[in-house]
Design a protein around this ligand. Structure first.
Ligand code: ZN
Length: 289
C-alpha cells in the first residue's frame, strides 16, 4: 500500500512543485526564442548536385522553357503583415502562372519549389541554368513595415548599382534570405555586386531588360504598379549568367489592398494571365529574331 503511494507521489511531484511555485507567484525559467535558440534546418550537401524539378508542358525539348521561382519557403517566411505571409502568397502566384502557361500549351514550365521548402538563392538560379532554361522569373512580395500606404508591384533586373536607395535596401533584404542568425547558408562572396555583374553576360542583361519592359507594358491597366515600377539592383537570385532573369515584386503584404489582391484567387488569376502573355510575346520575339 505504502509502495503504491510512493509511485503516485513520484508522478505528482513535478505538478506539486509547480503548484507550490505558482501559489507563491513564482515560475520556472523556460527558454525563450532569441539568442542561443537553435533552429534545425535541412540544407543540401555542399557541392551536391541540385535536385532538378519536373518539367510541365510539351515533351518537345525545342520548346522554350521558363523556370518560375516562388521566393522564400520553409523556415524563411519572407515578408509578413496583416496575417499574410510572402512565402505562401508567392507560391500561389507561381502555381497560377504555371497552370495558365500549361493550359495554353507550347511552353515548357518548371518550378524551383512547388511546396513549402527552403532553397538557398544560388540553388534557384542553378536549377534554371542546369535545365537550360530560356527565362527565369522569381516571384516575391515586399513589406514596408508600418508604412501601410506603400503599395504596388515592381519589376527588378540585375545591376551592380541599384536604381534607387529603396531598390538597394530591397536587394539587401532579399539577399539576406541565405542568412540565419548572422551566418550565411551559402558560399557567398562579400562583394556580391561586383561578382554578379562579371558573371552576367551583356546579352542576358539585355534580354532580361526586354522581358521586364514587356511585363510593364502587358500589365498596364490590369496590374497595380508602384509609381517607380522599373528597378534594378544586385539581387543574388538573378545571377545566372546565361539565363535572362527578372524578379517580379508583386506588391506589399503590409498594404491591405495589395495583400488582399495578390492573395486572392482572382488577383492571382489576373497576374497569371498578364505574366503568361508577357512570356509568350517574349518567346515569340526570340523565335522571330
Ligand atoms: Zn522576397
Amino acid at each position: 500500500m505504502f509502495y503504491r503511494l510512493q509511485i503516485v507521489l513520484v508522478f505528482l511531484a513535478p505538478f506539486l512543485l509547480l503548484g507550490v511555485l505558482a501559489a507563491f507567484g513564482l515560475s520556472l525559467p523556460v527558454p525563450h526564442l532569441g539568442r542561443g535558440y537553435v533552429i534545425r534546418i535541412d540544407l543540401p550537401e555542399p557541392g551536391a548536385p541540385v535536385a532538378l524539378p519536373q518539367i510541365f508542358g510539351p515533351r518537345d525539348p525545342s520548346r522554350p522553357l521558363v523556370v518560375i521561382d516562388a521566393g522564400h519557403g520553409g523556415h524563411d517566411p519572407g515578408a509578413s503583415g496583416g496575417g499574410f505571409v510572402e512565402k505562401a502568397i508567392v507560391l500561389g502566384l507561381a502555381r497560377a502562372l504555371r497552370d495558365e502557361l500549361v493550359r495554353e500549351g507550347g511552353i515548357r514550365v518548371a518550378m524551383t519549389r512547388d511546396d513549402d521548402r527552403f532553397l538557398v538563392l544560388d540553388e534557384r538560379a542553378e536549377i534554371a541554368r542546369q535545365l537550360g532554361a530560356d527565362l527565369f522569373l522569381s516571384i516575391h512580395a515586399d513589406s514596408a513595415g508600418d508604412r501601410d500606404t506603400v503599395s504596388g508591384a515592381s519589376v527588378y533586373t540585375l545591376s551592380a548599382r541599384a536604381s534607387s536607395e529603396a531598390a538597394a535596401r530591397y536587394a539587401a533584404r532579399e539577399n539576406s534570405a541565405d542568412m540565419v542568425n548572422g551566418q550565411s547558408l551559402a558560399d557567398q562572396p562579400e562583394d556580391v555586386s561586383a561578382i554578379l555583374i562579371e558573371l552576367s553576360q551583356r546579352r542576358t542583361q539585355q534580354e532580361s531588360s526586354e522581358f521586364a519592359s514587356l511585363i510593364l507594358r502587358e500589365g498596364e491597366g490590369t496590374l497595380v504598379f508602384n509609381p517607380q515600377p522599373r528597378r534594378s539592383a544586385a539581387l543574388v537570385v538573378l545571377r545566372a549568367p546565361d539565363v535572362p532573369s527578372v524578379l517580379f515584386e508583386s506588391g506589399f503584404v503590409t498594404n491591405p489592398d495589395d495583400a488582399a489582391r495578390i492573395a486572392s484567387p482572382q488577383g492571382q488569376a489576373r497576374f497569371a494571365r498578364v505574366m503568361a502573355r508577357a512570356i509568350r510575346i517574349y518567346f515569340a520575339r526570340k523565335a522571330g529574331a
